[in-house]
Design a protein around this ligand. Sequence first.
Ligand SMILES: C[S@@+](CC[C@H](N)C(=O)[O-])C[C@H]1O[C@@H](n2cnc3c(N)ncnc32)[C@H](O)[C@@H]1O
Length: 397
Amino acid sequence: MANSNLTNAKRAKNDEFYTQYSDIQKEIEAYLEYNPDVFRDKVVYCNCDDPFESNFFRYFVLNFNKLGLKQLITTSYKPSPIANTQLGLFGDDKTLTKSKGRPKVTANKFIINEVHDIDGDGEFNLKDVAKQLRANKHNEWTPLEKDGDFRSQECVKLLEQSDIVVTNPPFSLFREYVKQLVEYNKQFLIIGNLNAITYKEVFPLLKENKVWLGNNYKVNGGAMFYEIPEGIANLDQVREIKINETGKKVFITRVQGVRWFTNLDHGRLHQPLPLMTELEIIKFVTKKPFDKYDNYDAIEVSLVKNIPSNYKGMMGVPVSFLDKYSPGQFEILGTSDNGLVDDKFKKTLGLTKKFVEDYYKAGGTGAYKEGNPTAGYYENNVAKMAYKRIFIKHKII
Ligand SMILES: C[S@@+](CC[C@H](N)C(=O)[O-])C[C@H]1O[C@@H](n2cnc3c(N)ncnc32)[C@H](O)[C@@H]1O
């Protein structure tokens, strides 16, 4: 019990990582490059975003006119430990009464219909937005009735009114979050973990090309750097302390394996991977034929760059393949995780008892799941199990 409380606490903390402005900007620019009108006349909804903290809110409000947005809706989540505690946007706003001890928190709804330089300093910035929100009838800042949970009735109503959802949702609720977006048929650009690719609820969407990975501007090979509010920063997580674009001190943490997930079209999706033939790879790179799995009707390709250009059958590739995936070039057939591949690609015998014994004898430590194993094969008589694999095949050769 104590343990699960700890895990929950850790999870809740990990849900409070804030995306950096520059990462949002770089990713969105890739969609604009492909289609400059992608956000034109659209209602964008950021439904996990405390406007006092969120760079999503900041990005969309500051670029409202440039993107041609029709409306920006943002809702914050009341139980967030930082809700309404960082008054960066509104300064010392007396309307946000702080009670003694814990600050009084409410979930808020912001609806922006119009932005411009209203203080006449020749520049449009967040101070203008703050002024406009107070004074301007065209924009709205009101408390939500409930806690701002993305599944609550009032947030679902706002979701229904929106066209594109853009946010970094809580990592711990990613499955439910994606399910809701698909159910409501929304366009979206959201952040998630690479591990989510093989979730039962997510993988079928990737396979059917209803969701794909974003352009993924990446720093440090797929890790993303996040801001964590000072009050809740766990020092073990902190990599750097810096002053961000708003002049606020922030703690920076690094999270491995983070990706953008989207159903918005972008240029990289239409660029096929340049590849060598099977013979060229064997001759110049691996110096040996491709291994075949014992339990799946596919070859093992441990590096994406070694996918043979002329192999007609099924190939097992690392999940990071999706960073390079072009739907015109490949078809996704399944994954070794969660048994999400058609039975016709599974070899009936599966991995033999002897294979499993040999695997552990050879020092293998991966978990073997009876009836639903990871892809396994012998390489020079040593039993090996590949890490999570995605099964693909070429569309046209
Ligand atoms: C990973 S943080 C990202 C925050 C923000 N989107 C960003 O990247 O700057 C996830 C946010 O979702 C909020 N949240 C957690 N559970 C939620 C829920 N059930 N509904 C809506 N928001 C939630 C958290 O309080 C937190 O602010």
